[in-house]
Ligand binder design. Structure first.
Ligand code: NAP
Length: 545
């Protein structure tokens, strides 16, 4: 039945001469009335507000945090009446700033004060002599970082200073957020809206929030069941690397290979007991936390606060409960690259985690989340899925894939290989794996050899760094195989790196540059441009910490 589109406020009725019985006519007219009233209501609700003009939120991200914020802020700004756009810095360039006269940059920093991968090319262009004059341009920067690193928020600071040096005007000062200062980021956005559109109300944005589907997150994790907890490294290994299998059934959570699992840990009760003994506090004293909530001291120490500052010195006796907790940071969730494919393990998620334990001043210190998983997760693991859209297998399954993942950096590549076995068994896949000793540290050796024998792994190159007098690392294996690696890149291969950001990822990057230079017969600048092009085509992706 063709229902006429209402053109005015009069409800349409079917014509008198239409061939319907009275009861049918009554039903259809009632249906039209209902439909029409719904349409006119939604038409009213969707009436656009007067435009407050364009605003851009450009994100630089390594793990998706800045991207999530940029998209959320753009959505909120749109509801308030702005023509808001959220874009990755790799999807834009400083040349676009001419048409983006009001732009906010939201960026994280990773490694040793480095730009996130998707921000590097943009930054290089902005920082070059060819950068445009930005006198008619206004901006603000929200910078995300971690105060445990010396170069806190460095990427955001660089953007902020460079944009100002090019003549752009700050809409409001840059805000630098530590990992537990998420509220500061939201305040930055609220202040921005207040400055740009003092009359726009947050009410409409809040209404829209309410209609969003509630999902599991760091503040509302799913209580999953730990099904399996196995040591992967041999007893004689210097490392304790474990494989965890976590059941997601009943959560509705799903994930893609490349995603990470957020785990919300609690502290070891032994350290909490030590703190209470050292201070002489009972544990039931009420304390106020940074978010304004009040809770018993013991509960705060177990579940809410980062106790790592007590690794080097315990608090003194006589301190009040409030003075004990006030300087402490919030306990943070941890993200782990998922090491399973949902196609191979439906309803489960697997992790590959190095357990952190070390001696400091005669005391054993424990990594909070890794030892939570290894020792204290039998009662349940609070988890959520962290999407990693920047770390994905090629959509075209015929593309060859090169993976470089020493140590626990193997995690996402076990997942990739399981996925490729399920979706593209004839594809070409090449893994570079390295660790200290073949006898004790060849993680997932049996599985990898089976994948190799099945032909899913076309090449498996290993570098065991401490089995001979000189160190051999994954990048040495890459250089030994330079001609073949160059040929794979020529055939459209995607290359992925996962693991240590500070040393390994930088050295692997340098090895790749050398291979492109030597095999391609290119000068350094041209080779670098080739690698930047791989990045912008999402053919060089990294998951590095
Ligand atoms: P690791 O410390 O990275 O060691 C693995 C191998 O890499 C060892 O043979 C090591 O050799 C070698 N290596 C050391 N320096 C290197 C360099 N400059 N270039 C290339 N190889 C180098 O392994 P891990 O203990 O498993 O730690 C992995 C790192 O990745 C951690 O920083 C972790 O936070 C991170 N990560 C973890 C996950 C996860 O989901 N679990 C995911 C991604 C990243 P030597 O020790 O003999 O020098």
């Amino acid at each position: 039945m063709l229902i006429p589109e209402p053109v005015n406020s009069i409800c349409p009725q079917i014509p008198d001469n239409a061939p319907f019985a009275p009861s049918q006519r009554q039903w259809i007219n009632g249906y039209l009335a209902g439909l029409f009233s719904g349409r006119s209501q939604s038409a009213t609700a969707e009436t656009p507000r007067p435009s407050l003009g364009p605003i851009f939120f450009l994100w630089g991200t390594q793990t998706g945090g800045a991207e999530g914020l940029a998209k959320k802020f753009a959505k909120d700004a749109k509801i308030r009446g702005f023509e808001a756009t959220a874009l990755g810095l790799d999807a834009s360039s400083p040349a676009d700033l001419a048409s983006q006269s009001r732009t906010c940059i939201i960026t994280s920093t990773y490694g040793d004060g480095d730009m996130p991968d998707n921000a590097q090319s943009y930054w290089d262009a902005l920082n070059s002599d060819a950068a445009p004059n930005l006198e008619n341009f206004s901006f603000s920067v929200l910078s995300l970082g971690d105060r445990n690193y010396t170069q806190f928020c460095k990427a955001g600071i660089l953007f902020d200073e460079r944009l100002a040096a090019l003549g752009a005007k700050r809409i409001q000062p840059r805000v630098d957020c530590d990992v537990d200062e998420e509220a500061l980021g939201h305040q930055w956005f609220a202040d921005l809206m207040k400055t740009l559109a003092p009359d726009s109300t947050a009410a409409s944005a809040a209404d829209a929030e309410e209609t969003e589907v509630v999902t599991y997150s760091k503040n509302n994790p799913f209580q999953a069941v730990l099904k399996s907890n196995l040591r992967l490294t041999g007893d004689d290994s210097a490392k304790e690397t474990r494989h965890f299998e976590i059941v997601l059934e009943g959560s509705g959570l799903d994930y893609e290979v490349g995603d990470a699992l957020g785990v919300v840990p609690s502290n070891c009760p032994d350290i909490v007991a030590e703190i209470l003994t050292a201070t002489g506090l009972a544990g039931d004293e009420p304390v106020q936390l940074k978010d304004g909530s009040t809770t018993a001291l013991r509960q705060a120490l177990v579940n809410r606060l980062d106790l790592s500052s007590f690794n080097s010195a315990l608090p003194a006796s006589g301190i009040s409960a409030q003075d004990l907790v006030s300087p402490l940071r919030s306990l943070q969730h941890r993200l782990y690259s998922i090491s399973s494919s949902p196609k191979a393990h439906p309803g489960e998620v697997h992790l590959t985690v190095g357990i952190v334990r070390y001696e400091l001043d005669g005391r054993t210190c424990k990594g909070v989340c890794s030892t939570f998983l290894a020792e204290r997760a039998d009662g349940g693991v609070p988890v959520f899925i962290h999407k990693s859209p920047g770390f994905r297998l090629p959509a075209d399954t015929t593309r060859p894939v090169i993976m470089v993942g020493p140590g626990t950096g193997i995690a996402p590549f076990r997942a990739f290989l399981e996925e490729r076995r399920a979706t593209a068994p004839d594809s070409k896949n090449w893994l570079f794996f390295g660790d200290q000793h073949v006898a004790t540290d060849f993680l997932y050796r049996d599985e990898l050899e089976t994948l190799f024998n099945e032909g899913v792994l076309t090449h498996l190159d290993t570098a065991f760094s401490r089995d001979q007098s000189e160190k051999i690392y994954v990048q040495n294996r890459m250089l030994e195989n330079a001609a073949r690696l160059w040929e794979w890149l020529g055939n459209g291969a995607h290359i992925y790196v996962c693991g240590d950001a500070k040393r390994m990822a930088k050295d692997v990057d340098a090895a790749l540059l050398q291979i492109v230079r030597e095999q391609g017969g290119l000068a350094t600048e041209a080779a670098q441009a080739f690698i930047n092009q791989l990045k912008s085509e999402k053919r060089y992706q990294r998951d590095v910490y």
